[in-house]
Design a protein around this ligand. Structure first.
Ligand code: C2E
Ligand code: MG
Ligand code: MG
Length: 398
């Protein structure tokens, strides 16, 4: 199951005027809008994109809306679904009920002809929780401990097997009325409002405290924490980090900082200074999301990274693109020639796992192994995973 793309709306309708109208309204409220005017186009769109919201017309020539709902359920599409139709409310309501019984997230119905304001309100409601949170909310959330850290296990090649040796700390916000919010929904706000240092200090403290807890339970792990580009250039950051490490009596070697490539570009001398000091102390530095837009090979040899994270978008293309496979193999080889280790993220299938194993990747992370989970669940996951044999991953999970 793939994660929905934030603010991506798919409109399925055979009336071109209606598609154009929704496109306009959607873009006005900050969505990316993609459309389908036929069953074929509907399936094509879903093969490559992961909408957060689908606005589906129940009656289309050549496609029965109910069959479309079944298709969404069969494919495990993880989007919110809004139904639209010119039929009466009762038909819409029973279609909605059917969608719910198929396990779909049915979020509403729209009776045609639709009111502009109704569509706008529905889109705002279902697409962008980020638009409804403010810096004050976030400040309060930090004070009232609404932020939580989930951990995603990372497996590392050990002889011919793969063992959990590490975890990536990923922040979430348990919002009292909006539910669990993901970093994509509030990190930009944290950066703009100057709260990112507090968020990171919280995540860092939680992760380092957690290391001590796991150590007491006999688990020797390392933990990776994401560092916002803003903080990479904060000269006080290394000192704050040292204080946290000392407070919890943790070896710097157990901490890896993940930074994205773009981060290192603004003031390369300053960043080099900070990175080198961190590395000298033994802290690991990982170049995150390698292979995406801002890639710069220069970063790889100029900055003192010791790990490269191959971006999930490259991993996702492995099965369908020979070129992606070639690029991934080349990254692994290049990294090894530079004495860097490689970690592939977003591993979702056995086939991807096997390919990356063959390609010589050193560490793997992704939903195929496990999605991010509360710290309390890590211990039993590690017991099960590390107690099984993964020398050759078959199509079945352990
Ligand atoms: P990232 O560092 O590249 O983290 C990997 C993201 O991919 C995570 O999303 C993770 O949940 C998701 N993921 C893991 N396995 C799979 C998979 O198999 N398939 C797919 N499709 N996705 C998978 P998440 O937690 O939403 O985090 C998004 C980004 O937010 C992270 O990307 C990271 O850049 C940033 N982030 C997360 N926590 C923090 C934090 O504490 N501080 C800062 N500064 N950034 C953070
Ligand atoms: Mg990361
Ligand atoms: Mg990444």
């Amino acid at each position: 199951m793939s994660r929905p793309e934030r603010n991506l709306l798919l409109v399925v309708d055979d009336e071109v005027d209606f598609l154009e109208l929704i496109e306009q309204i959607g873009e006005g409220v900050g969505c990316e809008v993609i459309t389908a005017d036929s069953a074929t186009r509907f399936r094509e769109q879903l093969a490559t994109r992961h909408p957060a919201l689908i606005l589906l017309d129940l009656q289309m020539p050549g496609m029965d809306g109910i069959e479309a709902l079944r298709y969404l359920a069969r494919q495990g599409i993880n989007a919110s679904v809004l139904l639209a139709s010119g039929m009466d409310q009762r038909v819409l309501a029973s279609a909605r009920q059917l969608g719910e019984s198929l396990g779909l997230r049915m979020v509403g119905t729209l009776q045609k002809p639709v009111m502009l304001e109704d569509i706008e309100a529905l889109l705002m409601k279902h697409l962008d929780p980020g638009a409804r949170i403010s810096a004050d909310d976030l400040r309060r959330a930090i004070e009232e401990h609404e932020l939580v850290v989930h951990y995603q296990p990372k497996v590392v090649r050990c002889d011919s097997d793969w063992q959990v040796r590490s975890a990536e700390a990923l922040v979430r916000w348990r919002h009292p009325s909006l539910g669990l919010l993901y970093p994509g929904e509030f990190l930009a706000l944290a950066e703009q409002s100057g709260l990112i240092a507090s968020v990171t200090d919280f995540v860092m403290t939680d992760a380092i405290r957690q290391l001590g807890h796991w150590r007491q339970r006999g688990l020797e792990l390392s933990v990776a924490v994401n560092l916002s580009p803003k903080l990479v250039q904060d000269l006080e950051f290394p000192d704050r980090l040292n204080r946290i490490l000392r407070e919890f009596d943790t070896a710097p070697e157990q901490l890896i900082l993940e930074v994205t490539e773009g981060a290192s570009l603004d003031d390369p001398d300053l960043v080099m200074d900070i990175f080198t000091r961190l590395r000298v102390r033994g802290i690991g530095l990982s170049l995150d999301d390698f292979g995406t837009g801002t890639s710069s090979l220069t970063q790889l040899y100029k900055m003192p990274f010791n790990e490269v994270k191959i971006d999930g978008s490259l991993v996702a293309d492995l099965g369908t693109s020979k070129a992606a496979a070639t690029v991934v193999r080349a990254i692994v080889e290049l990294a090894h020639n530079l004495s860097l280790t490689t970690c592939a993220e977003g591993v979702e299938t056995a086939a991807q796992f096997e390919f990356l194993d063959q390609a010589g990747c050193d560490a793997l992370q992704g939903d195929f192994i496990a999605a991010a989970m509360p710290a309390a669940e890590m211990e039993s996951f590690i017991q099960v995973w590390n107690g099984s044999d993964h020398a050759s991953i078959s199509a079945e999970r352990p």
